[in-house]
Design a protein around this ligand. Structure first.
Ligand code: FAD
Ligand code: SF4
Length: 338
């Protein structure tokens, strides 16, 4: 591990100031130079692996007093960015009205990790691409811009089939982000000019020509909360993986439905494990709206979700698997008793 400075921020202003100053001292100005520390369950790993090399760490855990609450505000839910994954998954209101959120968190990582890890850290976790995480491989455009992509001609079983570019095919690995996408959540960002809010779909950036730039956050900015409008008791998260616990998704689907008089009035679908960013399947949503659910509709929806997918040497199975996951997640949501 390389030397770094450590500072404990006792209020948001101090955290933003410390992160901004450390980022500005770096040339060029990047977020990578100054990293907030939340649960540390992935940041510290990546620092030990020499993949992330921040010169400054700003510990934001003291902000948990105000940034870890779970609040029902009218018809919406506000989740503090420093709330622990396990606390949110176990919350009564979340389980009752946002089961897709509770399941996405419960099915992630391990109990020990969920007790340490925060929501903000979870959505900002980096890809598990083995070439990215192993610095003995030179060719990784995400870690080493302009160096090429070892995964394209290498072992790419875990890689993405949607949202890829000729620069990077790494999969976004998290689970919770898909639930946020499906529920049209907003993310609150705190920076030197105060707090701004944007649709969660605008947080992550597809790799394009700059796979090293993964989010729209600016240097010094922190995620302070997530806000989910409405209540979605008919919602489900389905995750297919190589083993039943402590494993990342090969394919997952977050589904939220509003079913009235047997017809789907509104539908939200997001995919995980198959795309470079948390993936909103809007074509599936359009196809479902106004329809009565049956096996044929589920099959057409699943086909639509992967119409633009591109498989590589080892990961084409994700297209067939992903379709089954979408169809089954929809069935689960339709059959829920609420
Ligand atoms: P940290 O490690 O503290 O931070 C992660 C990143 O986010 C850092 O860059 C940090 O600077 C930044 N950051 C943290 N908080 C903020 C904030 N508020 N604002 C701005 N930046 C911030 N996840 C899944 O979803 N599904 C899985 O199946 C899964 N399996 C796992 C298995 C293993 C073995 C491990 C080690 C991890 C697994 N994870 C999985 C990932 C795990 O959920 C994340 O490590 C965890 O959620 C990160 O949260 P943290 O609070 O520890 O983040
Ligand atoms: Fe790097 Fe992306 Fe290629 Fe993996 S897929 S080696 S992260 S450029």
């Amino acid at each position: 591990m390389r030397p770094f400075s450590y500072q404990r921020a006792t209020d948001p202003g101090m955290a933003v100031q410390a992160l901004g100053a450390a980022a500005a001292a770096n040339n060029p100005l990047t977020r990578a130079a100054a990293q907030p520390l939340a649960g540390g369950t992935t940041l510290i790993d990546l620092m030990k692996l020499d993949v992330m090399r921040p010169s400054a760490i700003v510990d934001i855990n003291p902000l948990a007093r105000s940034w870890s609450t779970i609040d029902s505000e009218g018809d919406s839910l506000r989740l503090g960015a420093l709330a622990k994954m396990s606390n949110v998954a176990a919350n009564d209101e979340v389980q009752r009205n946002y089961p897709v959120v509770a399941s996405s968190l419960k099915l992630a990582a391990s109990a020990q990790l969920r007790n340490m890890a925060t929501l903000g850290g979870n959505v900002l976790q980096r890809t598990r691409c083995s070439y990215f995480r192993d610095v003995s491989y030179e060719n990784c455009n995400k870690r080493n811009p302009g160096s090429g992509c070892a995964a394209m001609g290498g072992v790419n079983r875990m890689h993405a089939v949607l949202g890829t570019s000729d620069q990077c095919i790494a999969t976004y690995p998290g689970d919770f982000a898909q639930a946020l996408i499906a529920l049209d959540a907003a993310v609150e960002v705190t920076g030197k000019s105060g707090t701004r809010s944007m649709p969660f779909t605008e947080l992550h950036k597809a790799p394009g020509n700059t796979p090293d730039i993964e989010t729209t956050l600016q240097p010094g900015e922190l995620i302070s909360a997530f806000v989910i409008p409405g209540r979605w008791p008919r919602s489900a998260y389905l995750k297919a993986r190589d083993r039943q616990s402590y494993e990342f998704a090969l394919s997952s689907a977050a589904v939220a439905l509003d079913v009235q008089d047997g017809a789907i009035k509104d539908a939200r679908v997001a995919l995980g494990g198959v795309a470079t960013v948390p993936w909103r399947a809007r074509e599936v949503e359009a196809l479902l709206k106004g329809q009565k659910f049956d096996d044929d509709l589920a099959r057409r929806a699943a086909d639509a979700a992967f119409a633009d997918a591109r498989g590589r040497q080892h990961n084409s199975f994700k297209i067939a698997l992903g379709k089954r996951v979408v169809a089954r997640a929809l069935q689960q949501a339709v059959m829920m008793e609420i």
